[in-house]
Each structure stands twice: as structure tokens, then as C-alpha cells.
Design a binder for this molecule. Structure first.
Ligand code: NAI
Ligand code: MG
Length: 502
């Protein structure tokens, strides 16, 4: 497929069920990271547009959308999922050209998008019979029950690595719960999120239920996060921005859910069995999505006795990865999303070198690609635990390696990070895997694999990877206000005070 054959739709902001020009009429360029060429533009929202969208969301909650049942919301969600499926052939190349991810990955993302929406449609439907859940009390005279109400207007701020999928992880449960949402996708990859607006318009989603504001973080994201009438913010992105969002939210005691990336370990024991299989999981764990995954297992912690043989195989497999324009058949590694991110990744590699680490493979632009933000898959050894490459998230195809002798040492190395999103362990000894799974200070553990992620189990981190859980039934709980209704049901007076004498 050629980039010139892909039509980039020109869109406005999606507010109150219709396309609206941003108040300040700003536009931001879309740059194809594979060619460095401007291929279109997106609207740039500012605080003025955020105010209009928040008003629309509030009206939606007070009106038609606010009075829907779970079953009615499920119908809307199913129609959205059906449209995503129908438009998949257009959405896949748009996602690839905007984010730089290989076509096959964008294809898998779109399947996850429609499956996640359908999954939350199911939970929305089940919600109607879960209302007024009785809470047993120790008193006969009083009955109590619980209502799950939508928490209100929610601000959803998302990153560029899985543009539409990360948005859907938030949008689908928010709509299922009955919230009115304002989505602020990343300015680096907003195309498919704007197409979601068109899909919502086509299926007749009530106006204001979902508003989509593209724009820069400080100009559109910050006013959304700090808005007095936004009842909750769910954010996925960098630690630095997460800290800003939480600080702003604290002023209004606004709840937040934060997913802030990591520096996840993959621990491989000598009893792993087939080394080639383990090598493949190591590659998938760190180089998939061009290495731009919050949960990338970018610290390989390898038992010393197999290190030499394993690293030889790792090099052979890495050399075999096809790096090309994401639209090219067979591509398994595309460009980094933007020039700024490319420079950040290159800087991490040069800092590793200057701190004394060895760049065993890669570390530079591939020779056959002189344009585009391409970085070779990179393997770094001679790493110590005080180096930046051990401690900080690179967000690129860069793997660093340390060896260990004992299980205890492996656990210490694995947990030697401020982050706590995910960890992987590979070993044939399943009791050992269970011990490791318990020892990892993370929100997710992979055993004998790395990265497979599904919409049914919970997703989220601890430590500086953030808090709160998305996906599964936990993802829905994020968007509720849990209200108790307690009713006095006895005919007897309460009897606390003495009645006045007559
Ligand atoms: P970022 O955290 O700046 O961007 C994420 C989202 O937050 C975007 O929609 C952005 O517009 C918005 N944003 C930025 N500043 C904001 C503010 N002050 N208030 C409200 N919203 C704001 O991440 P960026 O700059 O795109 O990437 C930088 C680094 O972040 C990466 O190198 C990587 O280490 C990390 N990252 C982690 C991700 C994850 O999945 N946890 C995803 C993307 C980036
Ligand atoms: Mg882009």
C-alpha cells in the first residue's frame, strides 16, 4: 500500500453531536513519521472549546443521554462497534500512517477496538439488573441498597501509541456507565479518534454523550483536567504529565485514574527450555509497537549460565526483523512517532554509551532508511543499576540486559525500579513462576510470555506507574458514583429522644 493512496479526512472538533470549528480556528499538522511529510491537519482546541464541550456534556447528562438504561447504551455501543468493523479497511492504514505502527499491528488494534466496545456493551446491559443491589444489615428496621450512577462528565486524555485503542479503553466503559465524556487524544495521533466522532454521528449517539477535542496538551488537555465541571479525569501518558494532572485535580478533590508507563522487567531462568521461544517473547516484549509500549519489558534480566547462548540467539533474531515503512508488506518495526520522540530515544542511547554501557546491536538509523524517524532495534549490555538506561522509560525499541545468579537476586533486580506496571517471568518451573508472580511489585505479570493484553482482565500499575484499573469489570467501576440508599422500614418510632410530655 502506498501512502499517497490514503485519504486523510479533514475534520473539525466533535462537540454536541456535530462538527464545530475551534473557537480560535487553530490547526495542527499531521506528520507521517515514515516520510517526515505533512499529510494533513487536525483542529487545535483551546480552553474556549473545552468550556463549550463541557456544557454540551452536562446538557447530555441532564437530557436524553442521562435517562438511558444500560440496555439502551449497549445498543449504541454495539452500533459503534459494527461501524468500526465496517470501516476497518480505512481505519487500519490511517492508524499506521499516523502512529508509525506496522499495518499488521494496526489491524490487530482495530479488532481489539471493536471487541472492547462489544464487551462493554455486554456490561452495560447487565448493569440494569445490578441496580439497587441490597446490602444486608444487622438491623431489621432498616434496609440499604446501592446504586451505580454515572460519575458525571469525564475527561479522557490519551497517548499516541495505540491511538484509537487507548481511547476506547476509556470511552467504552465511560459510555457503558452512562457518563458524558470528553476525549482529548494525543496531538501526535488523532486521526482515528476523529473518525470515531463521525461514527458516533452516523449511529445517532445522543448529542454531547461523547465529545472529541483534538489539540495540544497544555492548550486542550490542561483546561479539561482543571475544569470545575469535569467530575473525573482518566489519563494515560507520561509520568510528568500525570503529576501535573493529579496536582491540578487535587485542588478540586477530583478523582483521577493514572496509567503512566514503566520500565518493566522480563526475567529468564536457565530452566526456560526452548531458548528460541524465549528469544521471540523477549523481542515481542520490547520491540512490538516500535518499542513504544507503557508495559514494554525493556529490562532483560537473564540467568548468567545461559546468557552467552541466549544473547547470540537474540542478536540473530533481532537482525532478522524487517524495518520499513509501516505500510510495506512484512514490516515488523516502523518509525518512532515523532521527531521529538526520535531525538529522545537517540539521546537515551547516547547517554547509555557515555555512562559506560555497550551498544551490542543497533543504536542508530538503519542505513536503508535515510528519511523517517527510524531507530534500529537496539540491545545494550554492561549496564549497571545507576544508569539512566536501567531506570528511565525510553519508549523506543531499546532493550537493556543484566545477568543474575540466584532467584533472590533476580527479584531484587526486577523490583529495582520506581515503576510498577508489569513484569514477565520465563521458566519451565511453574512453582518458581508463581513465587516470582507474587514477588513482582506490579499490576500485571506475564508467565512464559510478554505483552499479550486482553480486554477482560484488569490493567494498571502501582508505584509510579499510577493507580486505578482499566479494562474488564474494573474498568467500568472507574466511571461510577457508588450511592447508598438507606431506608427506615419499621412502623416503630426510632426512640432515641424522649417525646415531649403532653
Ligand atoms: P504526554 O504525557 O505529554 O502525552 C499524553 C497525553 O497528555 C496527550 O494527549 C497530551 O496532549 C496530553 N497532555 C500533555 N500535557 C498535558 C497537560 N499539561 N495537561 C493535560 N494533558 C496534557 O506524553 P508525550 O509527550 O506524548 O510522550 C512523552 C513520554 O511519555 C514518552 O517518551 C513516554 O516515555 C511516555 N508515554 C507513556 C505512555 C503510556 O502509555 N504510559 C504513552 C505515551 C507516552
Ligand atoms: Mg501522527
Amino acid at each position: 500500500m502506498a501512502a499517497t493512496n490514503i485519504r486523510i479526512p479533514s475534520r473539525l472538533l466533535f462537540i454536541d453531536g456535530e462538527w464545530r470549528e475551534p473557537v480560535k480556528k487553530n490547526r495542527l499538522p499531521i506528520i507521517n513519521p515514515a516520510t517526515e511529510q505533512v499529510i494533513g491537519d487536525i483542529p487545535g482546541a483551546t480552553a474556549e472549546d473545552v468550556n463549550i464541550a463541557v456544557e454540551a456534556a452536562r446538557r447530555a447528562l441532564a437530557g436524553e443521554w442521562g435517562s438511558t438504561t444500560g440496555a439502551q447504551r449497549a445498543k449504541y455501543l454495539r452500533s459503534i462497534a459494527a461501524k468500526v468493523k465496517e470501516r476497518k479497511p480505512e481505519l487500519v492504514p490511517l492508524e499506521a500512517i499516523d502512529s508509525g505502527k506496522p499495518l499488521v499491528e494496526a489491524d490487530a488494534d482495530m479488532d481489539d477496538v471493536s471487541s472492547t466496545i462489544e464487551y462493554y456493551a455486554g456490561l452495560a446491559e447487565a448493569l440494569d439488573s445490578r441496580q439497587k443491589t441490597p446490602v444486608p444489615l444487622h438491623l431489621e428496621s432498616i434496609k440499604s441498597c446501592v446504586l451505580r450512577e454515572p460519575i458525571g462528565v469525564v475527561g479522557l486524555i490519551t497517548p499516541w501509541n495505540y491511538p484509537l485503542l487507548m481511547a476506547i479503553w476509556k470511552v467504552a466503559p465511560a459510555l457503558a456507565a452512562g457518563c458524558a465524556a470528553i476525549l482529548k487524544p494525543s496531538e501526535l495521533a488523532s486521526i482515528t479518534c476523529l473518525e470515531l466522532g463521525e461514527i458516533c454521528r452516523e449511529v445517532g449517539l445522543p448529542p454531547g454523550a461523547l465529545n472529541i477535542l483534538t489539540g495540544l496538551g497544555p492548550e486542550a488537555g490542561a483546561p479539561l483536567a482543571t475544569h470545575r465541571h469535569v467530575d473525573k479525569v482518566s489519563f494515560t501518558g507520561s509520568l510528568a504529565t500525570g503529576v501535573k494532572i493529579m496536582t491540578a485535580a487535587a485542588q478540586l478533590v477530583k478523582p483521577v485514574t493514572l496509567e503512566l508507563g514503566g520500565k518493566s522487567p522480563i526475567v529468564i531462568f536457565e530452566d526456560v527450555g526452548d531458548l528460541d521461544k524465549a528469544v521471540e517473547w523477549t523481542l515481542f516484549g520490547c520491540f512490538w509497537t516500535n518499542g513504544q509500549i507503557c508495559s514494554a519489558t525493556s529490562r532483560l534480566i537473564l540467568q548468567e549460565s545461559i546468557a552467552a547462548e541466549f544473547v547470540n540467539k537474540l542478536l540473530a533474531w533481532t537482525k532478522n526483523i524487517k524495518i520499513s515503512d509501516p505500510l510495506e508488506e512484512g514490516c515488523k518495526l516502523g518509525p518512532i512517532v515523532s521527531q521529538a520522540q526520535y531525538e529522545k530515544v537517540m539521546k537515551c542511547i547516547s547517554t547509555a554509551k557515555s555512562e559506560g554501557a555497550t551498544i551490542l546491536y543497533g543504536g542508530k538509523r538503519p542505513e536503508h532508511l535515510q528519511k523517517g524517524y527510524y531507530v534500529e532495534p537496539t540491545i545494550i549490555t554492561d549496564v549497571n543499576t545507576s544508569m539512566q538506561i536501567w531506570k528511565e522509560e525510553v519508549f523506543g525499541p531499546v532493550l537493556c540486559i543484566k545477568t543474575f545468579k540466584t532467584e533472590k537476586e533476580a527479584i531484587e533486580l526486577a523490583n529495582d525500579t520506581e515503576y510498577g506496571l508489569a513484569a514477565a517471568v520465563l521458566s519451565k518451573d511453574l512453582e518458581r513462576c508463581e513465587r516470582m508472580a507474587k514477588a513482582f511489585q506490579t499490576g500485571a505479570v506475564w508467565v512464559n510470555c510478554s505483552q499479550p493484553c486482553f480486554w477482560q482482565p484488569p490493567w494498571g500499575g502501582k508505584k509510579r506507574s499510577g493507580f486505578g484499573r482499566e479494562l474488564g469489570e474494573w474498568g467500568l467501576e472507574n466511571y461510577f458514583n457508588i450511592k447508598q440508599i438507606t431506608q427506615y422500614v419499621s412502623d416503630e418510632p426510632w426512640g432515641w429522644y424522649k417525646p415531649p410530655s403532653k
